[in-house]
Design a protein around this ligand. Structure first.
Ligand SMILES: Cc1cc2nc3c(=O)[nH]c(=O)nc-3n(C[C@H](O)[C@H](O)[C@H](O)COP(=O)(O)O)c2cc1C
Length: 427
């Protein structure tokens, strides 16, 4: 586990740095936070103190009560310690969010506050995550400053495109999500150069990707339905990750209450029959199909037209019939060079065996196995932990936010060799 120094500068996205500290400390890292004075307008230090378990510093002349120690370490004795001790002892320094102002100063080597001075004093990998509105981000001054930083070996974590923190603003400049920031820190700590991420997802560029997400609803009568607890977050995260990697993505979404990921075409459906129809219709042109939706196995055979009345009944029996096996149909109709990935939510120890059986028998290229025994993971949760099973191997992805898991799944498909059978589009 590492000592992570986090520099927070003054943009609206500073609130996301709180979540990053929560994730990083939850993963066992020791985090110390430096804020710029301007950032205090957005997030006060108390939340960072509570989440990191250590004081927050702003100024160069401020005494550090921990004398440069990270949480879990003994503070040094009485010896005076440099105001830059935190930077000297860090295994990694991440500045997130990095404002246009701070980026410009870093590019020119300014040291006018503790955050910028620490960047000059730090010999550990420096990662910078810009966040600002699109005009500021695309301005040549910011772009040149970022190029200068990259040329010096600083890893720039590119912002995403989408809704920005300022109300009504949209475009490039959205701070990378906390899960991605942590994943990038961990790659850098493992000696990465910051480009692994793009390389491992490069296979998606120009591909057509079809994803199903959410949970189907099967009508019992005009107002009631049989449903399930799927929120759609995993499928939305997969669609978003594939789109960011340059794929053309269509998402068939069953009853999910989530914003459409940037650049993704979303088609809303309700029942298993709707989902089946849309998936089958869209599948011929897809290079990659991922069936992440939780689809009902059974539906009421004869849904009532009106509302079934309570009066006069002691019991109600609803006869169910099987729904269609969408995955089997997709596999049956697959064209050469198409990759099909199924999802299996199973319970407990026997679950992985069941997932292996499905991989063999269903004719899919990979299965993403989700153990739903832990109620804090999977269905309707922000986080997940899965195993990707392909014919040439398996990869376990440890507990992480769903956007991170989504990228892990797409990376694993490639690294386990499942993507080899995709038709070559490079010609
Ligand atoms: C409401 C508000 C929101 C702001 N959001 C951002 C932002 O997202 N990104 C950015 O680069 N600057 C933003 N700024 C401008 C910075 O706060 C300003 O440039 C400040 O000097 C940055 O100082 P620092 O880099 O030392 O933290 C915002 C300013 C205000 C008043």
């Amino acid at each position: 586990m590492a000592r992570i120094l986090l520099g927070v500068s003054g943009g609206i996205a500073a609130y996301k740095a709180l979540e990053l500290v929560r994730l990083a400390t939850g993963s066992g890292h020791a985090v110390r936070v430096i804020q710029t004075p301007a950032s205090r307008r957005f997030v006060g230090p108390d939340s960072f103190v509570a989440l990191s378990g250590a004081p927050v510093l702003f100024f160069e002349d401020e005494a550090d009560p921990l004398r440069g120690a990270y949480p879990g370490e003994e503070p040094a004795g009485e010896l005076p310690i440099s105001h830059l001790a935190l930077a000297e002892r860090a295994d990694l320094y991440l500045i997130a969010p990095a404002t246009a102002n701070t980026i410009a100063k870093l590019a020119h080597g300014f040291a006018d506050n503790l955050l910028t001075a620490a960047a000059l004093a730090c010999r550990a990998p420096l990662l910078v995550a810009p966040a600002m509105n699109e005009r500021m981000y695309l301005h040549p001054a910011t772009q040149q400053a970022l190029s200068q930083l990259k040329a010096r070996g600083v890893q720039v974590i590119a912002p995403g495109r989408g809704r920005l923190a300022s109300r009504g603003e949209e475009g490039w400049g959205r701070l990378a999500e906390p899960g991605e920031l942590l994943a990038r820190c961990e790659q850098a700590l493992a000696g990465g150069d910051g480009h692994e991420h793009e390389r491992s997802l490069a296979w998606l560029r120009g591909r057509r990707v079809l994803v199903s997400a959410g949970g189907t609803r099967e009508p019992i009568d005009a107002v009631r339905f049989l449903g399930n607890r799927s929120s759609g977050r995993m499928g939305y995260a997969l669609a978003g990750a594939a789109s960011r990697a340059g794929a053309e993505v269509m998402l068939v979404s069953a009853n999910a209450q989530l914003p459409a990921p940037a650049g993704v075409r979303v088609l809303a459906v309700q029942s298993a029959a709707d989902l089946e129809r849309e998936m089958i219709a869209a599948s011929p042109s897809a290079d990659l199909i991922m069936m992440a939706a939780a689809v009902a196995d059974f539906r009421p055979r004869e849904p009532a037209d009106g509302k079934i009345k309570r009066a006069g009944r002691k019991r109600l029996t609803i006869e169910l019939e099987r729904t269609g096996d969408i995955l089997a149909q997709l596999v049956g109709a697959r064209r050469a060079g198409q990759l099909i990935v199924g999802f299996a939510a199973e319970h407990g120890e026997a679950g992985i065996l069941e997932a292996r059986r499905k991989l063999k028998e269903k004719g899919v290229d990979a299965i993403v196995y989700n153990d739903i025994a832990d109620p804090t993971l999977g269905f309707d949760a922000e986080e997940n932990a899965v195993t990707v099973l392909a014919h040439e191997g398996e990869r376990r992805l440890a507990r992480a936010p769903k956007p991170t898991i989504a990228e892990g799944i797409l990376t694993a498909l490639h690294e386990l060799g499942a993507t080899r059978q995709l038709a070559d589009t490079s010609a």
